[in-house]
Design a protein around this ligand. Sequence first.
Ligand code: GLV
Length: 313
Amino acid sequence: MITIAYHDGTPENEKQILWAERLTARLKHIRLVPLSAPHAENADIALVWRPPAGRLRQLNQLRLIVSLGQGVDHLFSDPHLPDNVPVVRLVDPDMSHALSHWVILALLDHLRDGPAYRLAAAERRFDSLPQRQTAQMPVAVYGLGAIGRVIAHRLAALGFAVQGWSRRPRDLGRSIHTYHGEQGFQNIVSSCRAHICILPLTAHTTNLFSADVFAAMPAGSYFINAGRGHQVEEDALLNAVRTGHLAGAALDVFVEEPLPDTHPFWKETRIAIWPHVAAQTNPDTAADQVAQAISIVLAGGQPEHIVDKVRGY
Ligand code: GLV
């Protein structure tokens, strides 16, 4: 019997039964136990989201850690994460699809003045605003991995002049101009009117979007973050929006989640707040990858999408 220690970050491990069903349909002789249970200490596999720091280290027969999300910063923030156990992250086309829809929604809602028209409708005002010219508008996508590429191609298909940035060079075909590295970052920041962050959180991307970076964006730019809150200096973003340098922002991630009641973002109508829902993990579509990674590791092999612990993604 293979034991999988499970933790999804909700107090009741809401999705444990669903995951147990989906994985049992694909793998024989497995059982899921809550990570917090004493018998989890003999687990072979951990399937986890935001596990309590230090807990995975207590699982001394662990052979694989699977992140219940695409990001793995929730694991690497644990200073006691066992360093001899491979970590696999989810790469699920269904999540790229969902996330690309959220980005398109956030961008078009801003460009077509959704907030102003909803306010007008609430006040029964049938007033029009001038329509923005958006054909070939330069849009930046920061992060060109499995999700960023889908976003970039879909935005290009909508008629935006999409540019992409990543730390290392990436080729996205002829329709998308890509930049990389430090100089590339400065070029893309200063040339685009909408900025979409989908980067993983690493030492290099922490506080990447600083006051200087917001100041370097063309006036009237829009900022969208579906990466991680810690990539943004929140005070600097708020200031850039308040002063009118940025037209606004749509955020799905925050330095502190849930966003505290007292956070000034709540009061800024030009900042759209989403509670980290741009792409939710879907056991129906992610179970194949998870089951495959588990069987490969149990057979002594190397599964796909192992995280490079030095790079941090
Ligand atoms: C969500 O934030 C994820 O990492 O999947």
